[in-house]
Design a protein around this ligand. Structure first.
Ligand code: HPA
Length: 271
């Protein structure tokens, strides 16, 4: 049973670190050094935690990091699980459920994403206001575990408006141009074809990526408020040469990281 596995993971973690985190933070590709901003109190490798999947992708280090940020106790996931790595959707969202049972009251998510809004440029930050997920399996398929949440969760505001508004105020005060937009979830691991990028833009999405939606669905299911932000690491809708590489994605994420870090840090302080 999923809940038993979660309880075992939670117990294991609490034996090593017993403060209740106020917020959980998921760090996307190339965004791992964010944790340098934290006063780290405990690091727990995923590989040591019962039932935890193990991260494989380059740029993801694979551990839970506990500590203080913006005056709050937080837990950060350095490295997340992607469906394209071969994990089941239940495995992808397992850490989110564990963090909820550790006590988090807010989830902050970051990711690297391809821009499909013609007004975006590489390095832009986008607060996610909504998502479209037609091609990624829903993590709630299967028997509903009532302890997590309802069978048919409402998804009218998966990304909390008040958190977006706080983030915008923080961005403005620090001269950061924070865009806002719709994130389109795909499975990957291929980047999109030209025709796909175009289609995604046409249906009203501003960015596309291979993570986040399943984690957010699991959080919303459990009633955890979410704030999520994309770093635009490449522009998918160029007419000319359009080769996208993992290296350029990681590089762009790294360059935008200080802005993202600042917003997350200030937002946590205001929770
Ligand atoms: N497409 C999908 N996922 C991504 C992209 C992209 O262009 N960039 C970073 N992650």
């Amino acid at each position: 049973m999923m809940i038993q596995q979660i309880n075992e993971a939670v117990q294991f973690i609490q034996q090593q670190y017993n403060k209740k985190p106020a917020a959980g933070i998921v760090l996307g590709s190339g965004l791992g050094s964010f944790t340098a901003e934290m006063t780290v109190e405990k690091e727990i490798p995923y590989s040591s935690i019962p039932h935890f999947p193990v991260s494989t992708v380059e740029g993801h280090s694979g551990k839970l990091i506990f500590g203080q940020l913006g005056g709050k106790t937080v837990v950060a996931m350095a490295g997340r699980f992607h469906y394209y790595e071969g994990y089941s959707v239940q495995e992808v969202v397992f850490p989110i459920r564990v963090m909820k049972f550790l006590g988090i009251e807010t989830l902050l998510v970051s990711n690297a994403a391809g821009g499909t809004n013609t007004g975006f440029k590489v390095g832009d930050l986008m607060a996610i206001k909504d998502h479209i997920s037609f091609f990624t399996p829903n993590p709630l398929v299967g028997k509903n575990e009532a302890i997590f949440g309802p069978r048919f969760p409402d998804m009218s505001e998966p990304y909390k408006k008040d958190l977006i508004s706080k983030a915008k105020t923080i961005a403005a005060a620090n001269a950061i141009d924070l865009k806002e937009g719709v994130y389109f979830g795909v499975t990957g691991p291929t980047f999109e074809t030209r025709a796909e990028y175009k289609l995604i833009g046409l249906v009203g999405a501003d960015a596309v990526g291979m993570s986040t939606v399943q984690e957010v669905i699991a959080a919303v299911h459990m009633g955890v408020p979410v704030f999520a932000m994309s770093v635009i690491t490449d522009i998918g809708i160029r007419e000319d040469e359009n080769v996208i590489t993992h290296e350029e994605v990681l590089q762009a994420a790294k360059e935008a990281e200080p802005k993202l870090t600042l917003i997350f840090k200030e937002l946590v302080a205001q929770l």
